[in-house]
Design a protein around this ligand. Structure first.
Ligand SMILES: Cc1ncc(COP(=O)(O)O)c(C=O)c1O
Length: 438
């Protein structure tokens, strides 16, 4: 590759802008940054936004975000934030989070999920992502095994960021796309960190106590063996950002509910992004064994990824009042369920009419796993062609499971209901059925 120096404007000595060749870009970047993939979901969503801006009728079932018009955050959250801003809460917060926030989150985690790490075991970050990244950095050396279910949200990007060895554990329709204990057991000797997510993005399915207990047993047996040899243990990162959103009759299960012995090996991640529909407010946290707090605080502190003081103060006040939080969660569940029920009934009608459309019963979160097995009908071979047909012919914007690591032309797609009204869903399903019939 030829080396080119930036040209300099002779008069003022400033560098001038010019087109750069992509090999120049790679030359300057680290291998890690050069090899980083863009989020497929976000690029699909950008195309959809462009179509909507051009006046096309499209239902954006793509991003895992909430439109503030459809799903507002609690009013108290806004009032509390405004108060904090007007009382000039503008200086650095402590790296682990405001003490009152750590206190109220720890009480809430203990009473709601039985996860009792005390305030010293709660470390706050600006959303789930920084605490997720920090969790991996705490345990993973380049070359260590990072295991995750497939399909799943974004884990493969974190494998790349940490230089880990990718250990995908493929879920199937039979396992409701969740990783199983048998799948984990097959690779357990290579695993340093296992990340699990329930309710699962993209499928909206949740672990039962038996399923999760069986996975914990595999970890516990392996860690007992490793204790004898000095090999570092398997750590479990449990991402439960959708935990407050389960359908009626489904209970969110946490590893410590089924295997308290997992305490020392479990990092729990949560955030207000989904539970309070405040994706843009950027507050998440990890609940860790307090013995790990010091290194975590140092890492998070160096990342500088703490949320702004006003949102920390507002969330502290909100989580100190679990009763009003619970009524917010109940109301949110109803609005999610209204949308899911409509989608399910319209897709079931299409199936009954003979179209190759199906879905997996949702158990939690904001996603519906949907099968558009339209290969034969459209005479196409790939999910991508089906995705484009759904978008062009019906204004139905969905994400193929390849974006969640599940390779193969399976006909499986994720539908997200966070940014659509009930009326938009009805109109989209009308357009879809018309397109299918033509
Ligand atoms: C399972 C899961 N974990 C973590 C996140 C990231 O959440 P945050 O926006 O708080 O960083 C998401 C976002 O979609 C998610 O689906």
């Amino acid at each position: 590759m030829s080396v080119r120096l930036p040209s300099v404007d002779a008069k003022n000595g400033r560098g001038t802008r010019r087109a750069v060749k992509s090999d120049d870009v790679e030359w300057r970047l680290s291998e890690m940054a050069a090899g980083m993939e863009r989020s497929r979901i976000l690029s699909i969503a950008a195309d959809v936004r462009e179509m909507i801006a051009q006046g096309r009728e499209v239902a954006p079932f793509t991003v895992g975000d909430f439109s503030p018009e459809q799903f507002g955050v609690p009013d108290d959250l806004i009032t509390n934030m405004l108060e904090a801003v007007s009382s000039r809460q503008t200086n650095y917060p402590p790296a682990a989070g405001l003490p009152e926030l750590r206190e109220s989150l720890s009480r809430w985690m203990a009473s709601r999920y039985g996860v009792d790490v005390g305030p010293e075991g709660i470390i706050v970050g600006s959303g789930a992502r920084p605490v997720l990244y920090a969790s991996f950095r705490l345990f993973i050396e380049p070359g260590d095994g990072l295991a995750h279910g497939v399909p799943a949200w974004n884990n493969h990007y974190y494998v790349h960021l940490t230089g880990a060895v990718d250990i995908p554990i493929i879920g199937t329709e039979e396992s409701r796309f969740l990783p199983t204990a048998a799948g984990v057991a097959e690779r357990i000797e290579e695993i340093r960190v296992l990340i699990l997510n329930s309710p699962l993005n993209p499928t909206g399915t949740c672990f039962t106590a038996d399923e999760l207990g069986a996975i914990c047993d595999v970890i516990l047996v392996e860690n007992e063996k490793r204790r004898q040899t000095g090999k570092k243990p398997v750590m479990l990162v449990y991402d439960q950002v959708y935990s407050t959103m389960t359908v009626q009759g489904v209970e969110h299960i946490h590893p410590l509910n089924v295997r308290p012995e997992m305490f020392d090996y479990t990092i729990t991640l949560d955030a207000i992004s989904k539970s309070l529909t405040g994706t843009g407010l950027r507050l998440g946290w990890m609940a860790i064994p307090p013995s790990l707090a010091d290194p975590v605080i140092a890492l998070i502190g160096h990342m500088g990824s703490w949320p702004a003081r006003p949102i920390q103060q507002a969330v502290a006040a909100l989580y100190a009042e679990p009763t009003s939080l619970d009524s917010f969660f109940a109301d949110l569940d109803e609005r999610i369920s209204e949308r899911m029920e409509l989608l399910k009934s319209r897709l079931a009608e299409m199936k009954a009419e003979g179209f190759h459309v199906d879905f997996v019963e949702p158990e939690g979160g904001i996603y519906l796993t949907t099968r558009f097995d339209l290969f034969g009908m459209l005479g196409v071979d790939t999910n991508e062609e089906i995705r484009r047909w759904l978008l062009e012919a019906a204004g139905v914007a969905v994400v193929p499971f390849q974006a969640f690591g599940l390779e193969g032309e399976t006909g499986w797609f994720r539908i997200s209901i966070g940014a659509v009204s009930v009326a938009e869903i009805a109109a989209a399903m009308d357009r879809l059925v018309t397109a299918l019939r033509n």
